[in-house]
Every structure is written in structure tokens, then in C-alpha cells.
Design a protein around this ligand. Structure first.
Ligand code: ZN
Length: 243
């Protein structure tokens, strides 16, 4: 099955729609969202509506999805993230609340891979996998060969025993059956790897072929909406530069 896998939409409707349109042309059977549907951007309800309208999809819970419903989950949020989540909580419609409340922490319906927002071993503790040491810890507990994650907003890949690898747009890799991988698909709605384009991957779990994409979208519009909504201005600035 060909999976469209993406993460951290963060209420950025323009970026999310651009990803779905681009992936639609590439073609996929099933969409998998690795969490953080809300927070930072101006359109939390609309992003949830668009996602729920997809034919075949699964969505996972991210720390912002948890924090918008439960103030106890906001302890580690910085000032901008905190103020955005308080703002989002006020905006959220009842059906969006229900959607977020029902999200599971992992996707394990494929024999080949696991989907999780943060770390495969402790999905609810929201740890980060940024360097090879953290990846090595994660590999030790991984039952699946491949884990797809988000959370850091930095698209990259770790191969067991090796260094981190960044992607070029259009990179197509056949993942080795004898190795373990952690693939961070980056953030659709607020990339932090100095590239404002919205990232996503297409993964075929039958052939283990992974293709990495990045799409331009109307980030000026998404940025202006953040200002108009009264969200922190830094959030409007950072999506223009991908940081
Ligand atoms: Zn996030």
C-alpha cells in the first residue's frame, strides 16, 4: 500500500492543502498524519475538517493535540507555543475537540513500519530524536524495522548504526530489509530546517520505497492569517523562513 505520511500540520491550512494536492498527483492509497494538527497556525478547525474528509486515513495524537485539551500537558511549552495553544483552545469547535480526544498515540497496522509523533519507545512522554545517540536508544526498543516520526519539525532520517541524513527533494530510496530506520517526515505547517516548503513522504510498505517531497505554498497568506488572528507575530515570521 502506498502511504502518504506527514506530520505537524499545526493549523496551517494553506500548507496542508498544498501537500494534499501535490500528493494527490503523485498518487497514494492511505494518508497517515503523525500528529500536532493544531497550535501555531490560524486554522485548527479547518485543518481537522480537511483531514477528516479524506477517504482512507489515520491520525495520531501529538503533544499540541494533547495540550489543547489538557492544560496539564502545557508544562514544557515556550511562551509562543503556550499562547498559541490557549488561543486555539478558545477557537476549537466541539467536533474538533472530539476528533483530537479520539486520536491514538501509535499507528501499527503495517507489518513494515510504526507511526508515532515523538518516540517509538515512550510515545506519551514526547521525547525528541535529534541526534544519533537518541536514535540509537530508540532503535533498541523498536519492534518494527521502520518508524516514521515528526515532532522536531526537522525532516531527516536515521539508519541504525549511522549518522543522520537529510533529504533532497525527489530523493527516492529503497529501504534495506536488514536495517532499521527512523524517518522524521518534518513539519507541514511550521518547518524548522531552514526550508519553508511543506514536506511529506510517500512510502510503499510492500516495496519499501520511500520518496521525499517538499512543496511550495502561499506562506504569505498563512503568515498574514496568523497576524490577523492575534497569534504571536514570531509565529507568522518563522513560517516565511522555515525556522
Ligand atoms: Zn509540532
Amino acid at each position: 500500500m502506498r502511504y502518504l505520511i506527514f506530520s505537524d500540520v499545526h493549523a496551517n491550512l494553506e500548507a496542508f492543502q498544498a501537500v494534499l494536492a501535490d500528493a494527490g498527483m503523485e498518487g497514494y492509497d492511505f494518508a497517515l498524519s503523525l500528529g500536532d494538527h493544531v497550535g501555531y497556525g490560524a486554522n485548527p478547525n479547518e485543518c481537522i475538517e480537511v483531514l477528516s474528509a479524506l477517504d482512507e486515513y489515520a491520525a495520531l495524537r501529538g503533544n499540541h493535540d494533547a495540550a489543547v485539551l489538557d492544560p496539564g500537558e502545557r508544562a514544557f511549552f515556550n511562551a509562543d507555543a503556550y499562547s498559541a495553544i490557549v488561543h486555539t483552545a478558545k477557537q476549537l469547535r466541539e467536533e474538533s475537540r472530539k476528533f483530537l480526544a479520539g486520536l491514538p498515540l501509535v499507528y501499527d497496522q503495517s507489518e513494515t513500519f510504526l507511526g508515532v509523533h515523538a518516540t517509538p519507545s515512550k510515545p506519551a512522554s514526547w521525547g525528541y530524536i535529534i541526534d544519533p545517540l537518541e536514535a540509537a536508544n530508540a532503535f533498541r526498543s523498536m519492534q518494527h524495522r521502520i518508524a516514521f516520526t515528526g515532532h522536531s519539525h526537522i525532516a531527516c532520517m536515521f539508519v541504525e548504526g549511522g549518522m543522520a541524513k537529510t533529504f533532497e527533494v525527489g530523493d527516492t530510496l529503497t529501504l534495506d530489509a536488514d536495517k532499521k530506520y527512523i524517518v522524521n517526515v518534518g513539519s507541514v505547517g511550521q518547518p524548522r530546517d531552514r526550508d519553508p516548503r511543506a514536506p511529506y513522504v510517500i512510502f510503499d510498505d510492500a516495496t519499501a520505497v520511500l520518496r521525499f517531497h517538499r512543496v511550495e505554498y502561499d506562506w504569505n497568506k498563512a503568515s498574514a492569517k496568523i497576524i490577523d488572528a492575534g497569534l504571536p507575530t514570531a509565529l507568522a515570521r518563522r513560517i516565511l523562513v522555515g525556522l
